[in-house]
Design a binder for this molecule. Sequence first.
Ligand code: SF4
Length: 242
Amino acid sequence: MSRTAASVPVAQLERLAELERLATDAARDLDDASANEILQWAAQTFGDRFCVLSSMGDAVVASLAAKAKPGIDVVFLDTGYHFAETIGMRDAVAAVYDVNVVSALPLLTVAEQDEAHGKDLFARDPDACCAMRKVAPMEAALVNYDSWATGVRRDESSTRATTPVVQWDARRRMVKVNPIARWSRDDVDTYIADNHILVSPLIDDGYLSIGCWPCTSKVEPGADPRSGRWVGHAKTECGINT
Ligand code: SF4
């Protein structure tokens, strides 16, 4: 459901060009800005057309965004394969912070997907499973916004090492905001401790990067946090941040 040039009228194309210019300028102007300043810029620039996308591993970005824009939509991709702890985190975030949690659902339930594509598609073709259960629901949800914030950090993996604080998402034709891109793991831990931020109990169990339970493994101390995702497959990203 990406917005393509062939599917939008001229006025919308002009709006998309404006969004791209905003992203390009902000990437340059906000490169040294704090996470709060970046989120305040996004909230003031996009208003209700700005949201957060959260996997509910922690509430760092949701809590920061709630300060910049009280009541902000926090989109959660409810794949049907989440740990019970992740669903608990979603409900806790909705209760504790001044945010509006929006659960985005896939077209098919897990049972319907099993019937249509065979049981446990995640084990045979995780790209196809992620496309149906994460990417398509996210893109359907994001049509309501011009900009979205993520918790992506440069130190998470080599594929994220050059993440800008603001970027033009050419595929979705949206402004992607990465307010904690420059933060280290220590920065995150300090912010969590100083502000008593909600964190998934799965973190303490050794799941340092949390996704769906069939595709998430515990990680040894000191290992790449994302090395526990899709173990046994070449896959490193689900497609929502690429
Ligand atoms: Fe499917 Fe695994 Fe992707 Fe979740 S992370 S959508 S279970 S392949």
